[in-house]
Write a protein that binds this ligand. Structure first.
Ligand code: ZN
Length: 334
């Protein structure tokens, strides 16, 4: 077993009742299909940064977990001022927890994307003052009302992306549950409203919106991380670019989407333990842009590691994907 893995999609929640009010009540485990007992177990694991989590890391060869507040985090707080306040408090608490065990934990910041200027300021503070290595945003943010979903490809976010590029840290674009009003195509089919399907549809669409907006032409240094082997992006690129070459429909992007994916994206292996799909993704994006991750506690660290450790990989590529790429992307001390 390789024992120096760096895992970068490892979720937590915070004990403060205010924090749980967002991460547990708004993202109700039973609502997305978890039986009540399973959700209780998940909640316990989300709150734990001590013996249980460390034991799973040791048993899986994970030296360092890069932590992130569970979905939807700050993205699920429609009130802008409350989101800004909540994100700052959450980052302070998470940074303190990381500081208590810095050899085993690092963290992504949460960001109040409801307010682009405040999100840029909080990212700068989290990176330069709290030592965080980028941020994880849970796809769209609800802004002002619970029904209003905002994505980050609009011009109002260009100042934010300029800050991301200047700081040289990645933004991890993580899924969340679609709003009911956006998911009419699956109404009456609740089994599709979860990680089984719609999470990836929303996150993939968000990533394609970023590519199509011209964002990566304006800020070529921006790096976005997608989990779950790149959601559905690696599998749609050829057809998307093919049809974009036939009808642009006003798309302002200057280059084929495949070029943005190759230059501005990284993917993690989280929660997709499929060898053929991994091989496809490596073929599309290369081993230098694939990183190790678990999606704990929604997935098992041990199950992920036993699949990964049994793969036939070139030793240099294995080391890069297990830790080298993360060290380079996140600016970690090796
Ligand atoms: Zn996740």
């Amino acid at each position: 077993m390789s024992t120096r893995k760096i895992a970068i999609e490892e979720h937590l929640s915070l004990r403060d009742p205010d924090f749980m009010g967002v991460t547990a009540a708004q993202f109700d485990g039973t609502e997305v299909g978890f039986p009540e007992q399973a959700w209780r177990s998940l909640t316990r694991k989300l709150l734990d940064l001590d013996d249980e989590r460390i034991a799973h890391m040791d048993a899986s060869g994970i030296e360092l977990s890069v932590l992130s507040v569970a979905s939807p985090g700050a993205q699920g707080i429609p009130d802008r001022r409350q989101a800004v306040h909540w994100a700052a408090r959450a980052n302070d608490v998470v940074a303190a927890r990381v500081a208590a065990n810095p050899s085993r934990f690092a963290a992504f910041a949460v960001l109040p994307m409801q307010d682009p200027a405040a999100a840029a300021r909080e990212l700068r503070r989290a990176v330069t003052e709290l030592g965080m290595c980028g941020a994880m945003v849970h796809s769209f943010s609800q802004v002002d009302t619970v029904d209003n979903a905002v994505y980050y490809d609009g011009r109002e976010y260009w100042g934010f992306w300029a800050t991301v590029e200047q700081l040289g840290v990645p933004i991890y674009l993580h899924p969340r549950k679609m709003l009911d009003r956006h998911s009419r195509m699956i109404q009456g089919h609740p089994w599709l409203a979860t990680a089984a399907w719609s999470f990836a549809v929303d996150t993939t669409t968000h990533a394609l919106r970023l590519m199509g907006s011209g964002l990566f032409d304006r800020f070529p240094g921006v790096q976005v991380v997608l989990g779950h082997l790149g959601e559905m992006v690696p599998f749609t690129l050829w057809r998307t670019d093919h049809w974009m070459s036939i009808e642009r429909n006003g798309c302002p992007a200057q280059r084929p989407f495949a070029e943005y994916f190759a230059n501005n994206f990284h993917v993690t292996i989280s929660a997709v333990l499929s060898t053929p799909r991994l091989e496809d993704v490596i073929e599309v994006i290369g081993t230098q842009r694939v990183l190790y991750a678990t999606d704990y506690p929604y997935e098992s660290m041990e199950e992920t590691a036993s699949w990964w450790d049994a793969l036939e990989l070139d030793p240099v590529d294995r080391t890069a994907m297990e830790r080298g790429n993360a060290i380079a992307l996140l600016g970690l001390n090796s």
